[in-house]
Design a protein around this ligand. Structure first.
Ligand code: ADP
Length: 623
């Protein structure tokens, strides 16, 4: 999806920009009002000075009336003071709004990430796209946030142009006396010619700046790998979980000298660095040169007319000032339009990500609330391939869960056990076949309803840096007694008593200094308690005892029936000895269920996979 990038036209870039503004309008409309107010006052302020000082100079060079002079001086001072005051207030307000907006910027992606289908989160292309967006933003500042800067610049440019036109239009209308030797200047073609020349020069300056800016676009995608290496290795020393490994294997040199120095993205020797020194700098210098020429042309024209007697000396300052501002506004306008086009290239990434559709079909049926927990789930000839792969992870799986039974799912690594559970929880839809709940395809149920019937302890579960009780309940308000009971059932009772603030103890230290660090085994018990608290009709345990010591493991097994009660339990393990207490065992091999039966039945089949696995492990596990 990120390879389909083409340079957008001005029209396309403008449309994308409008879309970005619409997003900001929804998130924080205040940023537009404040920017409008601050940009207008900022753009008008120079004109106030230009206008009033022209009046004062004209009076000084003309009639020199004290009362007129006093009036203009007081007006100049008070208007300038008011402008400065307003500018101060509005720019503070605008800064505040922009700071709020920059915080909201990450929320745009966070919300999208949370709403994505799980299958898309798992895709490398999606991850690549997101990391490109982050890197565009962090490296060059281009992307959605940049569009706020364009709004500010556009408002400034428009006000500057309008102010400049209104203060300089009389320059072209006032005529030099007919008897003057310079009466030729009065010819309309002369005015048109001089305006054309000024516009031409004014247009060249931003073109030069935009040429320089193109280098950012050119190197954006090339910088992706470098930026990732920089991000990863730059952050690595700060990750305390890695500190032990780095020291143990003396990876410091490897990390710093080899990989880190390979990323010359941010060094003066990088391609962009060399260009900044060379062509980018030259384009900028050229732009300034051209601006200086423009000022020269303006001075020449205005002074010529004043010399020929078209207007007084005070007006010279007004016209020179106003036209300079006017062309600054024009230049600003063209520059911002060019930048908007360059940014369009980056916005394509932003919108490609935000437009990833939710492809997973959303049904509308609600699941029955059954106190007898009589939910029947069946896999009917289910096959599955992960997106963008051509290997079958599951093939022709047929299985029906008996309500209230305990099913063990065993098999070697990569045999499809976790995939089977992911499909059961509808993180993915089957490529072929269907999964039924009480006879109806699970796609037809509302997803949030369907997922409610499962409690899962995934192997790589994640706990939050929040109080223990909130972790177990998954909510800020919860039934404290029930949480305690679940923790006790999961074997965490004794540890709970020792915790300084009981259920209110923070896990980890990310949010609270007095948070407690917990071992892998303790975390697993909390994760089991969380699954119990959900009290769903199905409980799925994916290697639930992997991080437990043998005593804790034995404790969980001995309580397995208490823990599971009348729920339907699915227990995934490659430790066969721990599956014996299950009613039925499904043996997975290369994505297929190759055997089903009780431990005794399967162990008796000496030609079966189970027998082979059992014997391979028997040397480690004495019964
Ligand atoms: P198990 O849980 O039995 O170890 P898995 O269900 O994790 O096995 O994996 C089954 C097969 O699917 C393996 O060949 C694995 O490489 C592949 N697989 C697992 N996850 C993904 C994924 N996200 N994308 C592509 N292939 C995957």
């Amino acid at each position: 999806m990120e390879n389909e990038k083409t340079t957008p036209t001005y029209h396309q870039a403008w449309k994308m920009n409008l879309r970005a503004w619409k997003i900001w309008w929804g998130l924080c409309p205040g940023v537009f009002f404040s920017t409008l107010a601050s940009s207008i006052t900022e753009a008008i302020t120079p004109y106030v000075t230009i206008f009033f000082s022209a009046r004062i100079i004209n009076e000084l060079a003309g009639n020199r009336r004290p009362e007129e002079l006093t009036k203009w001086v007081i007006l100049t001072l008070s208007c300038t003071a008011i402008c400065a005051l307003l500018q101060g207030i509005f720019s503070r307000w605008a800064n505040y709004e922009k700071a709020s907006a920059s915080r909201l910027d990450s929320q745009i992606y966070m919300k999208k990430m949370l709403a994505l289908d799980y299958a898309d989160i798992d895709r490398q292309a999606v991850f690549d796209l997101y990391s490109q967006i982050r890197q565009n933003d962090q490296w060059t500042g281009w992307g959605i946030y940049k569009t706020l800067y364009f709004f500010e610049e556009l408002v400034m440019a428009v006000v500057q142009i309008a102010g400049g036109v209104s203060l300089s239009v009389s320059l072209f209308l006032l005529k030099v006396p007919q008897n003057s030797s310079l009466a030729l200047i009065n010819h309309p073609l002369f005015a048109v010619g001089i305006m054309g020349l000024m516009l031409l020069i004014a247009a060249v300056s931003p073109i030069c700046v935009n040429q320089g800016n193109q280098y950012w676009v050119r190197y954006a995608s090339k910088a992706k790998l470098g930026n990732r290496i920089f991000g990863f290795y730059g952050q690595m020393p700060m990750d305390k979980k890695r500190a032990w490994d780095i020291r143990m294997y003396q990876q410091q040199e490897n990390v710093c000298d080899v990989y880190f120095s390979q990323t010359e993205l941010f060094t003066p020797n990088s391609a962009i660095g060399r260009n900044a020194k060379g062509p980018m700098g030259l384009w900028n210098a050229l732009s300034r040169c051209v601006s200086a020429i423009l000022t020269g042309v303006v001075y020449a024209f205005v002074c010529l007319k004043a010399w020929a007697g078209a207007f007084g000396v005070g007006s010279v300052t007004q016209y020179v000032g106003a036209i300079t501002q006017l062309f600054q506004g024009l230049s600003r306008l063209l520059q911002v339009l060019g930048m908007m086009r360059a940014n369009g290239e980056f916005l394509q990434d932003n919108f490609a990500f935000l437009d990833i559709p939710n492809r997973m079909y959303q049904g509308s049926l609600t699941t029955e609330k059954r106190s007898d927990r009589n939910y029947e789930v069946e896999f009917r000839d289910v096959s599955f391939r992960y997106p963008d792969t051509d290997q079958w992870a599951l093939r022709h799986v047929n299985i029906k869960f008996r309500v209230g039974s305990r099913l063990a799912v065993v098999g070697m690594n990569g045999s499809g056990k976790t995939t089977f559970i992911k499909l059961l929880c509808r993180l993915y839809d089957p490529t072929e076949g269907e999964i039924l709940l009480n006879g109806i395809n699970i796609r037809k149920y509302r997803y949030d309803e369907y997922i409610r019937i499962f409690s899962v302890v995934f192997q790589d579960f994640k706990l939050l840096s929040l109080p223990l009780g909130e972790n177990v309940a998954g909510a800020a308000r919860y039934d404290r007694d029930r949480v305690k009971q679940c923790l006790e059932d999961a074997g965490f009772g004794q540890r709970l008593e020792a915790l300084p603030h009981g259920l209110d103890t923070y896990l980890h230290k990310d949010l609270k200094d007095e948070g407690v660090d917990i071992s892998g085994g303790e975390a697993q018990k909390i994760a089991i308690a969380r699954a119990l608290y959900k009290d769903a009709p199905f409980i799925i345990l994916d290697e639930p005892t992997a991080a437990l010591d043998p005593i804790a493991e034995a404790e969980i097994y001995s309580r397995f029936n208490d823990i599971v009660t009348d729920k339907t339990a699915i227990y995934i393990s490659h430790r066969l000895s721990s599956c014996k207490f299950c009613d039925e065992i499904a043996v997975f091999h290369e994505g297929e269920i190759v055997q089903m039966g009780t431990h005794e039945e399967l162990a008796a089949d000496t030609s079966g996979k189970y027998y082979e696995l059992w014997n391979a492990q028997a040397q480690y596990y004495t019964e």
